[in-house]
Design a protein around this ligand. Structure first.
Ligand SMILES: Cc1cc2nc3c(=O)[nH]c(=O)nc-3n(C[C@H](O)[C@H](O)[C@H](O)COP(=O)(O)OP(=O)(O)OC[C@H]3O[C@@H](n4cnc5c(N)ncnc54)[C@H](O)[C@@H]3O)c2cc1C
Length: 479
Protein backbone atom coordinates (compact mmCIF):
# COMPACT_ATOMS: atom_id res chain seq x y z
CA UNK A 1 0.00 0.00 0.00
CA UNK A 2 1.41 3.46 -0.86
CA UNK A 3 1.78 5.69 2.20
CA UNK A 4 -1.14 8.07 2.80
CA UNK A 5 0.48 11.44 3.45
CA UNK A 6 -2.93 12.88 4.32
CA UNK A 7 -3.77 10.28 6.97
CA UNK A 8 -5.61 11.95 9.85
CA UNK A 9 -6.43 15.12 7.88
CA UNK A 10 -9.82 16.64 8.53
CA UNK A 11 -12.36 16.86 5.69
CA UNK A 12 -12.74 20.62 6.15
CA UNK A 13 -10.49 23.54 7.18
CA UNK A 14 -10.94 27.28 7.30
CA UNK A 15 -7.89 27.78 5.09
CA UNK A 16 -5.82 25.59 2.80
CA UNK A 17 -2.36 26.93 1.97
CA UNK A 18 -0.92 25.48 -1.23
CA UNK A 19 2.87 25.48 -1.08
CA UNK A 20 5.44 26.02 1.65
CA UNK A 21 7.65 28.75 0.23
CA UNK A 22 8.40 31.57 2.66
CA UNK A 23 5.17 33.35 1.72
CA UNK A 24 3.13 30.17 2.20
CA UNK A 25 4.78 29.31 5.51
CA UNK A 26 4.38 32.82 6.87
CA UNK A 27 0.76 33.17 5.83
CA UNK A 28 -0.05 29.75 7.36
CA UNK A 29 1.58 30.78 10.63
CA UNK A 30 -0.13 34.18 10.77
CA UNK A 31 -3.56 32.72 9.98
CA UNK A 32 -3.19 29.92 12.55
CA UNK A 33 -2.24 32.49 15.17
CA UNK A 34 -5.42 34.37 14.29
CA UNK A 35 -7.37 31.27 15.24
CA UNK A 36 -8.17 29.69 11.90
CA UNK A 37 -7.81 26.00 11.18
CA UNK A 38 -5.07 25.82 8.54
CA UNK A 39 -3.90 22.95 6.35
CA UNK A 40 -0.53 23.50 4.65
CA UNK A 41 0.07 21.30 1.60
CA UNK A 42 3.52 20.95 0.03
CA UNK A 43 4.24 18.65 -2.89
CA UNK A 44 7.97 18.29 -2.11
CA UNK A 45 9.33 16.04 0.66
CA UNK A 46 10.74 19.11 2.37
CA UNK A 47 9.37 22.52 3.35
CA UNK A 48 10.70 25.92 2.27
CA UNK A 49 10.23 26.07 -1.52
CA UNK A 50 13.29 27.89 -2.88
CA UNK A 51 14.34 28.46 0.74
CA UNK A 52 15.32 24.89 1.33
CA UNK A 53 18.40 22.69 1.55
CA UNK A 54 19.69 19.28 0.56
CA UNK A 55 22.11 16.78 2.05
CA UNK A 56 24.87 14.87 0.32
CA UNK A 57 27.23 12.01 1.13
CA UNK A 58 29.83 13.02 3.68
CA UNK A 59 27.34 15.01 5.74
CA UNK A 60 27.35 18.07 3.51
CA UNK A 61 24.28 20.30 3.73
CA UNK A 62 23.75 22.83 0.95
CA UNK A 63 21.45 25.85 1.10
CA UNK A 64 19.61 26.63 -2.13
CA UNK A 65 18.89 30.33 -1.71
CA UNK A 66 20.68 31.55 1.39
CA UNK A 67 22.99 34.16 -0.09
CA UNK A 68 21.77 37.33 1.54
CA UNK A 69 18.76 39.47 2.35
CA UNK A 70 18.12 42.93 3.86
CA UNK A 71 17.90 43.69 7.58
CA UNK A 72 14.10 43.98 7.35
CA UNK A 73 13.96 40.18 7.56
CA UNK A 74 14.94 40.41 11.23
CA UNK A 75 11.95 42.57 12.13
CA UNK A 76 9.56 40.45 10.06
CA UNK A 77 10.80 37.22 11.66
CA UNK A 78 10.50 38.67 15.15
CA UNK A 79 6.95 39.83 14.49
CA UNK A 80 5.54 36.97 12.44
CA UNK A 81 7.75 34.08 13.61
CA UNK A 82 9.77 33.93 16.84
CA UNK A 83 12.46 35.96 18.63
CA UNK A 84 14.80 32.93 18.32
CA UNK A 85 14.52 32.97 14.53
CA UNK A 86 15.11 36.73 14.43
CA UNK A 87 18.15 36.41 16.71
CA UNK A 88 19.90 34.03 14.31
CA UNK A 89 19.98 36.68 11.59
CA UNK A 90 23.51 38.10 11.29
CA UNK A 91 25.30 40.51 8.98
CA UNK A 92 27.62 39.45 6.16
CA UNK A 93 30.28 42.13 6.03
CA UNK A 94 32.56 40.76 3.31
CA UNK A 95 30.95 41.73 0.02
CA UNK A 96 33.38 41.80 -2.84
CA UNK A 97 33.39 42.79 -6.52
CA UNK A 98 35.96 41.54 -9.02
CA UNK A 99 35.46 42.62 -12.62
CA UNK A 100 37.36 44.38 -15.43
CA UNK A 101 36.10 47.77 -14.20
CA UNK A 102 36.89 47.54 -10.49
CA UNK A 103 38.06 45.37 -7.65
CA UNK A 104 36.69 46.31 -4.24
CA UNK A 105 35.33 45.21 -0.89
CA UNK A 106 32.34 46.73 0.85
CA UNK A 107 29.87 46.32 3.67
CA UNK A 108 27.18 47.07 1.07
CA UNK A 109 25.45 49.88 2.90
CA UNK A 110 24.77 53.52 2.12
CA UNK A 111 27.74 54.84 4.04
CA UNK A 112 30.26 52.55 2.40
CA UNK A 113 28.75 52.90 -1.07
CA UNK A 114 28.93 56.69 -0.65
CA UNK A 115 32.63 56.33 0.12
CA UNK A 116 33.23 54.14 -2.93
CA UNK A 117 31.18 56.27 -5.30
CA UNK A 118 32.72 59.57 -4.18
CA UNK A 119 36.33 58.65 -3.25
CA UNK A 120 37.02 55.88 -5.75
CA UNK A 121 34.61 56.54 -8.61
CA UNK A 122 34.74 60.33 -8.26
CA UNK A 123 31.00 60.93 -8.48
CA UNK A 124 30.09 64.26 -6.81
CA UNK A 125 28.83 63.64 -3.26
CA UNK A 126 25.73 65.72 -3.90
CA UNK A 127 24.75 63.45 -6.84
CA UNK A 128 25.32 60.34 -4.76
CA UNK A 129 23.14 61.62 -1.91
CA UNK A 130 20.38 62.72 -4.30
CA UNK A 131 20.45 59.25 -5.88
CA UNK A 132 20.17 57.49 -2.52
CA UNK A 133 17.40 59.84 -1.39
CA UNK A 134 15.47 59.32 -4.61
CA UNK A 135 15.81 55.52 -4.41
CA UNK A 136 14.75 55.51 -0.77
CA UNK A 137 11.71 57.69 -1.38
CA UNK A 138 10.29 55.35 -4.04
CA UNK A 139 7.18 53.41 -3.23
CA UNK A 140 4.55 51.31 -4.92
CA UNK A 141 2.22 54.25 -5.58
CA UNK A 142 4.87 56.25 -7.47
CA UNK A 143 5.28 56.66 -11.19
CA UNK A 144 5.65 53.20 -12.67
CA UNK A 145 6.68 54.32 -16.15
CA UNK A 146 10.27 55.39 -15.45
CA UNK A 147 12.67 52.52 -16.01
CA UNK A 148 15.78 51.73 -14.04
CA UNK A 149 17.79 52.59 -17.16
CA UNK A 150 16.26 56.09 -17.17
CA UNK A 151 16.93 56.47 -13.45
CA UNK A 152 20.62 55.72 -13.98
CA UNK A 153 20.80 58.00 -17.02
CA UNK A 154 19.49 60.83 -14.85
CA UNK A 155 22.14 60.36 -12.15
CA UNK A 156 25.12 58.59 -13.72
CA UNK A 157 25.12 59.27 -17.50
CA UNK A 158 27.94 57.43 -19.28
CA UNK A 159 29.13 55.78 -16.04
CA UNK A 160 28.82 52.06 -16.71
CA UNK A 161 31.14 51.36 -13.74
CA UNK A 162 28.76 53.08 -11.30
CA UNK A 163 25.74 51.38 -12.89
CA UNK A 164 27.48 48.03 -12.49
CA UNK A 165 28.19 48.67 -8.81
CA UNK A 166 24.64 49.61 -7.94
CA UNK A 167 22.82 47.25 -10.32
CA UNK A 168 24.70 43.95 -10.71
CA UNK A 169 23.92 42.66 -7.19
CA UNK A 170 20.23 43.51 -7.61
CA UNK A 171 20.07 41.64 -10.92
CA UNK A 172 21.47 38.64 -9.07
CA UNK A 173 19.07 39.16 -6.19
CA UNK A 174 15.86 39.25 -8.20
CA UNK A 175 16.54 38.98 -11.93
CA UNK A 176 15.57 42.58 -12.62
CA UNK A 177 16.97 44.42 -15.63
CA UNK A 178 17.45 48.03 -16.68
CA UNK A 179 14.07 47.88 -18.43
CA UNK A 180 12.04 47.08 -15.31
CA UNK A 181 10.24 49.93 -13.49
CA UNK A 182 12.67 52.06 -11.49
CA UNK A 183 10.48 51.75 -8.38
CA UNK A 184 11.20 48.02 -8.19
CA UNK A 185 14.90 48.77 -8.24
CA UNK A 186 14.65 51.68 -5.79
CA UNK A 187 12.70 49.69 -3.19
CA UNK A 188 14.93 46.60 -3.26
CA UNK A 189 18.23 48.52 -3.47
CA UNK A 190 17.27 50.80 -0.57
CA UNK A 191 16.27 47.81 1.55
CA UNK A 192 19.82 46.49 1.20
CA UNK A 193 21.52 49.89 1.54
CA UNK A 194 19.76 50.51 4.85
CA UNK A 195 22.13 48.28 6.83
CA UNK A 196 23.83 45.85 4.44
CA UNK A 197 23.43 42.15 3.67
CA UNK A 198 22.24 39.60 6.23
CA UNK A 199 22.03 35.83 6.48
CA UNK A 200 20.49 33.20 8.72
CA UNK A 201 23.23 31.75 10.88
CA UNK A 202 22.78 28.00 11.15
CA UNK A 203 21.43 27.43 7.67
CA UNK A 204 18.07 26.97 6.05
CA UNK A 205 17.56 23.56 7.67
CA UNK A 206 17.64 25.18 11.11
CA UNK A 207 15.37 28.03 10.01
CA UNK A 208 12.74 25.84 8.40
CA UNK A 209 12.81 23.32 11.26
CA UNK A 210 12.14 26.20 13.68
CA UNK A 211 9.36 27.51 11.45
CA UNK A 212 7.73 24.08 11.25
CA UNK A 213 7.81 23.74 15.04
CA UNK A 214 6.25 27.18 15.44
CA UNK A 215 3.50 26.46 12.91
CA UNK A 216 2.65 23.17 14.58
CA UNK A 217 2.59 24.86 17.97
CA UNK A 218 0.06 27.29 16.51
CA UNK A 219 -2.04 24.42 15.16
CA UNK A 220 -1.17 24.32 11.45
CA UNK A 221 -1.67 20.85 9.98
CA UNK A 222 1.51 20.47 7.87
CA UNK A 223 1.57 17.88 5.10
CA UNK A 224 4.43 17.19 2.73
CA UNK A 225 4.43 15.03 -0.42
CA UNK A 226 0.96 16.43 -0.95
CA UNK A 227 0.40 17.70 -4.47
CA UNK A 228 -2.64 19.91 -4.99
CA UNK A 229 -4.08 18.89 -8.33
CA UNK A 230 -7.07 21.19 -8.48
CA UNK A 231 -8.70 24.15 -6.77
CA UNK A 232 -12.43 23.54 -6.50
CA UNK A 233 -14.67 26.51 -7.36
CA UNK A 234 -18.48 26.50 -7.45
CA UNK A 235 -20.78 28.07 -10.06
CA UNK A 236 -20.95 31.32 -8.04
CA UNK A 237 -17.18 31.65 -8.15
CA UNK A 238 -16.53 30.72 -4.52
CA UNK A 239 -13.70 28.40 -3.56
CA UNK A 240 -15.00 25.28 -1.88
CA UNK A 241 -11.94 23.06 -1.54
CA UNK A 242 -8.93 21.41 -3.13
CA UNK A 243 -8.14 18.03 -4.61
CA UNK A 244 -4.83 16.83 -3.17
CA UNK A 245 -3.22 13.44 -3.80
CA UNK A 246 -6.59 12.40 -5.25
CA UNK A 247 -8.57 13.36 -2.12
CA UNK A 248 -11.03 16.24 -1.79
CA UNK A 249 -10.62 18.53 1.22
CA UNK A 250 -13.11 21.34 1.79
CA UNK A 251 -12.20 24.87 2.88
CA UNK A 252 -13.54 28.39 3.10
CA UNK A 253 -10.50 30.10 1.63
CA UNK A 254 -7.31 29.18 -0.21
CA UNK A 255 -3.91 30.82 -0.07
CA UNK A 256 -1.97 29.69 -3.09
CA UNK A 257 1.79 29.99 -2.82
CA UNK A 258 2.15 28.12 -6.10
CA UNK A 259 3.29 30.00 -9.18
CA UNK A 260 0.79 32.79 -9.97
CA UNK A 261 0.14 31.67 -13.54
CA UNK A 262 -0.20 28.00 -12.53
CA UNK A 263 -2.66 28.99 -9.80
CA UNK A 264 -4.95 30.75 -12.26
CA UNK A 265 -4.48 28.80 -15.46
CA UNK A 266 -3.85 25.27 -14.18
CA UNK A 267 -5.02 24.73 -10.60
CA UNK A 268 -8.19 26.87 -10.81
CA UNK A 269 -8.84 26.85 -14.55
CA UNK A 270 -9.50 29.84 -16.78
CA UNK A 271 -13.25 29.12 -17.04
CA UNK A 272 -13.68 30.61 -13.54
CA UNK A 273 -12.29 34.05 -14.40
CA UNK A 274 -13.32 36.98 -16.58
CA UNK A 275 -11.77 36.60 -20.05
CA UNK A 276 -9.90 39.93 -19.68
CA UNK A 277 -8.40 38.77 -16.39
CA UNK A 278 -7.27 35.52 -18.01
CA UNK A 279 -5.59 37.52 -20.77
CA UNK A 280 -3.81 39.67 -18.17
CA UNK A 281 -2.67 36.55 -16.32
CA UNK A 282 -1.35 35.01 -19.53
CA UNK A 283 0.53 38.22 -20.33
CA UNK A 284 2.37 38.27 -16.99
CA UNK A 285 6.09 37.78 -17.68
CA UNK A 286 8.14 35.51 -15.49
CA UNK A 287 11.50 36.43 -14.09
CA UNK A 288 14.48 34.42 -15.23
CA UNK A 289 15.80 31.23 -13.72
CA UNK A 290 19.25 30.28 -12.42
CA UNK A 291 22.02 27.73 -12.37
CA UNK A 292 24.01 26.92 -9.29
CA UNK A 293 27.11 24.90 -8.55
CA UNK A 294 27.36 23.45 -5.03
CA UNK A 295 30.90 22.79 -3.84
CA UNK A 296 31.88 21.23 -0.50
CA UNK A 297 35.43 20.98 0.77
CA UNK A 298 36.86 17.85 2.37
CA UNK A 299 36.80 17.86 6.18
CA UNK A 300 39.85 19.76 7.40
CA UNK A 301 40.19 21.76 4.14
CA UNK A 302 39.49 25.48 4.36
CA UNK A 303 39.57 28.73 2.44
CA UNK A 304 40.72 32.05 3.73
CA UNK A 305 38.37 34.63 5.23
CA UNK A 306 39.77 37.06 2.67
CA UNK A 307 37.57 35.34 0.09
CA UNK A 308 34.72 37.35 1.60
CA UNK A 309 31.14 36.19 2.02
CA UNK A 310 29.62 37.21 -1.28
CA UNK A 311 31.78 37.71 -4.33
CA UNK A 312 30.39 39.24 -7.52
CA UNK A 313 32.79 37.96 -10.15
CA UNK A 314 32.57 38.99 -13.80
CA UNK A 315 34.79 38.85 -16.85
CA UNK A 316 32.36 40.92 -18.87
CA UNK A 317 33.42 44.43 -19.84
CA UNK A 318 30.41 46.26 -18.41
CA UNK A 319 27.05 45.53 -16.77
CA UNK A 320 24.92 43.49 -19.17
CA UNK A 321 21.84 41.64 -17.84
CA UNK A 322 21.53 39.62 -21.07
CA UNK A 323 25.12 38.41 -20.87
CA UNK A 324 24.48 37.45 -17.23
CA UNK A 325 21.81 35.01 -18.45
CA UNK A 326 23.90 33.42 -21.18
CA UNK A 327 25.05 29.80 -21.05
CA UNK A 328 28.38 31.21 -22.14
CA UNK A 329 29.01 32.29 -18.57
CA UNK A 330 31.03 35.41 -17.90
CA UNK A 331 29.56 36.38 -14.51
CA UNK A 332 29.11 34.41 -11.31
CA UNK A 333 28.23 35.16 -7.70
CA UNK A 334 30.14 33.06 -5.20
CA UNK A 335 28.76 32.59 -1.71
CA UNK A 336 31.42 31.42 0.73
CA UNK A 337 30.03 29.53 3.72
CA UNK A 338 32.25 29.44 6.82
CA UNK A 339 31.71 27.33 9.93
CA UNK A 340 31.06 30.59 11.80
CA UNK A 341 27.90 31.42 9.82
CA UNK A 342 26.95 27.89 8.83
CA UNK A 343 28.01 25.70 11.73
CA UNK A 344 27.49 21.96 11.47
CA UNK A 345 25.75 21.02 14.68
CA UNK A 346 26.83 17.38 14.52
CA UNK A 347 29.91 17.12 12.32
CA UNK A 348 33.28 18.81 11.77
CA UNK A 349 33.88 22.40 10.62
CA UNK A 350 32.75 22.62 7.03
CA UNK A 351 33.62 25.03 4.25
CA UNK A 352 31.37 25.33 1.23
CA UNK A 353 30.99 27.51 -1.83
CA UNK A 354 27.88 27.98 -3.93
CA UNK A 355 28.23 29.64 -7.31
CA UNK A 356 25.10 31.22 -8.84
CA UNK A 357 24.43 32.48 -12.33
CA UNK A 358 21.21 33.79 -13.76
CA UNK A 359 19.94 31.60 -16.60
CA UNK A 360 17.33 31.31 -19.36
CA UNK A 361 15.01 28.35 -18.98
CA UNK A 362 14.93 27.74 -22.75
CA UNK A 363 18.71 27.34 -22.90
CA UNK A 364 18.43 24.29 -20.64
CA UNK A 365 14.90 22.92 -20.87
CA UNK A 366 15.01 21.15 -24.21
CA UNK A 367 18.53 19.74 -24.26
CA UNK A 368 18.68 16.01 -25.02
CA UNK A 369 19.54 14.07 -21.84
CA UNK A 370 23.14 13.36 -22.78
CA UNK A 371 23.84 16.96 -23.72
CA UNK A 372 22.10 18.16 -20.56
CA UNK A 373 24.32 15.99 -18.34
CA UNK A 374 27.44 17.06 -20.29
CA UNK A 375 26.45 20.72 -19.91
CA UNK A 376 26.04 20.34 -16.16
CA UNK A 377 29.45 18.67 -16.00
CA UNK A 378 30.92 21.51 -18.01
CA UNK A 379 29.29 24.05 -15.67
CA UNK A 380 30.95 22.35 -12.68
CA UNK A 381 34.34 22.26 -14.39
CA UNK A 382 34.33 25.89 -15.58
CA UNK A 383 33.14 27.02 -12.16
CA UNK A 384 36.04 25.23 -10.45
CA UNK A 385 38.42 26.78 -13.01
CA UNK A 386 37.09 30.21 -12.12
CA UNK A 387 37.15 29.57 -8.38
CA UNK A 388 40.80 28.52 -8.53
CA UNK A 389 41.86 32.19 -8.63
CA UNK A 390 40.17 32.79 -5.26
CA UNK A 391 40.76 29.39 -3.62
CA UNK A 392 44.10 28.08 -4.91
CA UNK A 393 44.19 24.28 -5.14
CA UNK A 394 40.40 24.04 -5.08
CA UNK A 395 40.33 20.80 -7.09
CA UNK A 396 42.42 18.99 -4.49
CA UNK A 397 40.24 20.34 -1.69
CA UNK A 398 36.86 19.43 -3.16
CA UNK A 399 34.82 16.60 -1.67
CA UNK A 400 31.54 17.17 -3.51
CA UNK A 401 30.45 19.19 -6.53
CA UNK A 402 27.18 19.24 -8.42
CA UNK A 403 25.11 21.61 -10.51
CA UNK A 404 21.45 22.61 -10.60
CA UNK A 405 19.75 24.24 -13.59
CA UNK A 406 16.39 25.83 -14.43
CA UNK A 407 15.09 22.29 -14.90
CA UNK A 408 15.99 21.48 -11.30
CA UNK A 409 14.06 24.49 -9.99
CA UNK A 410 11.06 23.65 -12.16
CA UNK A 411 11.07 20.07 -10.89
CA UNK A 412 11.24 20.87 -7.19
CA UNK A 413 9.09 24.00 -6.98
CA UNK A 414 6.80 23.51 -9.99
CA UNK A 415 7.46 27.09 -11.08
CA UNK A 416 6.76 27.55 -14.77
CA UNK A 417 10.08 28.06 -16.52
CA UNK A 418 11.91 27.31 -13.28
CA UNK A 419 11.45 31.02 -12.47
CA UNK A 420 13.73 31.80 -9.53
CA UNK A 421 12.28 35.17 -8.65
CA UNK A 422 8.57 35.03 -9.47
CA UNK A 423 7.11 37.45 -11.97
CA UNK A 424 7.81 40.84 -13.44
CA UNK A 425 6.05 43.89 -12.02
CA UNK A 426 2.63 43.30 -13.67
CA UNK A 427 2.25 40.03 -11.72
CA UNK A 428 1.67 41.91 -8.47
CA UNK A 429 -1.54 43.52 -9.69
CA UNK A 430 -2.91 40.20 -11.01
CA UNK A 431 -2.02 38.49 -7.73
CA UNK A 432 -3.75 41.20 -5.68
CA UNK A 433 -6.93 41.14 -7.79
CA UNK A 434 -7.38 37.37 -7.65
CA UNK A 435 -9.97 37.46 -4.81
CA UNK A 436 -12.10 39.94 -6.81
CA UNK A 437 -12.47 37.23 -9.44
CA UNK A 438 -13.04 34.20 -7.21
CA UNK A 439 -14.23 34.69 -3.63
CA UNK A 440 -11.86 33.13 -1.15
CA UNK A 441 -8.99 32.61 -3.60
CA UNK A 442 -5.80 34.42 -2.58
CA UNK A 443 -2.22 34.28 -3.87
CA UNK A 444 0.96 35.03 -1.93
CA UNK A 445 4.34 34.32 -3.44
CA UNK A 446 7.13 36.00 -5.34
CA UNK A 447 5.55 38.53 -7.68
CA UNK A 448 6.24 41.97 -9.05
CA UNK A 449 9.97 41.92 -8.19
CA UNK A 450 9.36 43.84 -4.95
CA UNK A 451 7.47 40.95 -3.35
CA UNK A 452 10.21 38.48 -4.19
CA UNK A 453 13.29 37.30 -2.32
CA UNK A 454 13.18 36.12 1.30
CA UNK A 455 12.02 39.45 2.70
CA UNK A 456 9.51 40.20 -0.06
CA UNK A 457 7.99 36.72 0.15
CA UNK A 458 7.63 36.82 3.96
CA UNK A 459 6.11 40.29 3.91
CA UNK A 460 3.74 39.53 1.05
CA UNK A 461 2.63 36.40 2.92
CA UNK A 462 1.64 38.62 5.85
CA UNK A 463 -0.09 41.25 3.68
CA UNK A 464 -2.23 38.66 1.90
CA UNK A 465 -2.94 36.73 5.12
CA UNK A 466 -4.41 39.94 6.51
CA UNK A 467 -6.60 40.29 3.41
CA UNK A 468 -7.74 36.71 3.82
CA UNK A 469 -8.49 37.35 7.49
CA UNK A 470 -10.71 40.31 6.55
CA UNK A 471 -12.53 38.07 4.08
CA UNK A 472 -13.18 35.27 6.56
CA UNK A 473 -14.21 37.44 9.50
CA UNK A 474 -12.46 36.24 12.68
CA UNK A 475 -15.59 35.40 14.69
CA UNK A 476 -16.40 32.56 12.32
CA UNK A 477 -13.18 30.61 12.82
CA UNK A 478 -13.96 26.94 13.40
CA UNK A 479 -11.31 26.30 16.03
C1 LIG B 1 19.11 29.98 -6.69
C2 LIG B 1 18.35 30.99 -5.94
C3 LIG B 1 18.99 31.85 -5.08
C4 LIG B 1 18.28 32.79 -4.36
N1 LIG B 1 18.93 33.59 -3.48
C5 LIG B 1 18.25 34.45 -2.73
C6 LIG B 1 18.90 35.22 -1.74
O1 LIG B 1 20.09 35.11 -1.53
N2 LIG B 1 18.18 36.10 -1.03
C7 LIG B 1 16.84 36.26 -1.21
O2 LIG B 1 16.24 37.07 -0.53
N3 LIG B 1 16.19 35.53 -2.13
C8 LIG B 1 16.85 34.62 -2.88
N4 LIG B 1 16.20 33.86 -3.80
C9 LIG B 1 14.76 34.07 -3.99
C10 LIG B 1 13.95 33.50 -2.85
O3 LIG B 1 14.48 32.26 -2.45
C11 LIG B 1 12.52 33.35 -3.28
O4 LIG B 1 12.05 34.58 -3.83
C12 LIG B 1 11.59 32.97 -2.14
O5 LIG B 1 12.15 31.97 -1.33
C13 LIG B 1 10.30 32.49 -2.77
O6 LIG B 1 9.31 32.24 -1.83
P1 LIG B 1 7.83 32.01 -2.30
O7 LIG B 1 6.97 32.13 -1.10
O8 LIG B 1 7.49 32.86 -3.46
O9 LIG B 1 7.68 30.50 -2.72
P2 LIG B 1 8.56 29.39 -3.44
O10 LIG B 1 9.85 29.27 -2.76
O11 LIG B 1 8.52 29.60 -4.88
O12 LIG B 1 7.72 28.09 -3.04
C14 LIG B 1 6.51 27.71 -3.62
C15 LIG B 1 6.16 26.36 -3.02
O13 LIG B 1 4.91 25.91 -3.52
C16 LIG B 1 5.00 24.51 -3.75
N5 LIG B 1 3.98 24.13 -4.72
C17 LIG B 1 3.81 24.61 -5.97
N6 LIG B 1 2.75 24.05 -6.55
C18 LIG B 1 2.22 23.19 -5.64
C19 LIG B 1 1.10 22.31 -5.66
N7 LIG B 1 0.29 22.21 -6.73
N8 LIG B 1 0.84 21.55 -4.56
C20 LIG B 1 1.64 21.63 -3.46
N9 LIG B 1 2.72 22.45 -3.40
C21 LIG B 1 3.00 23.23 -4.48
C22 LIG B 1 6.40 24.32 -4.26
O14 LIG B 1 6.84 22.99 -4.15
C23 LIG B 1 7.18 25.28 -3.36
O15 LIG B 1 7.59 24.64 -2.17
C24 LIG B 1 16.88 32.90 -4.53
C25 LIG B 1 16.22 32.02 -5.39
C26 LIG B 1 16.93 31.07 -6.09
C27 LIG B 1 16.21 30.12 -6.97
Amino acid sequence: MPKDFLAGCRDEYDVVVIGSGLAGLTSANVLARQGYSVLLLEHHYQLGGMATWFKRRGGHIFDISLHGFPIGMKKSCRKYWTPEIAESIVQLKGIRFENPQFSLRTTFDRQDFTRIMTDEMKVPEETVQRFFDKARSMNFYDDQETTTRELFEEFFPGRSDVVRLVMEPITYANGSTLDDPAITYGIVFSNFMHKGVFTFSGGTDKLVTQMKAEMEKNGVDVRMRSLVERIEIDENRNVTGVVVNGRRIGCRAIMSNANLKSTILKLAGEQHFDPEFVEEAKAVRLNNSSCQVYIALKPGETFDESCGDLLFHSEHEGFDATAMLSRDISSRTFSFYYPSTRPDREGPDRYMVVSSTNANYDDWAHLPEEEYEASKEDLCETTLDCLEQYVPGIREKVDWVEASTPRTFEHYTRHIGGASFGTKFEGLDVSKRLPEQVSGLFHAGSVGIIMSGWLGAVNYGVIVANELDKYLVPETATV
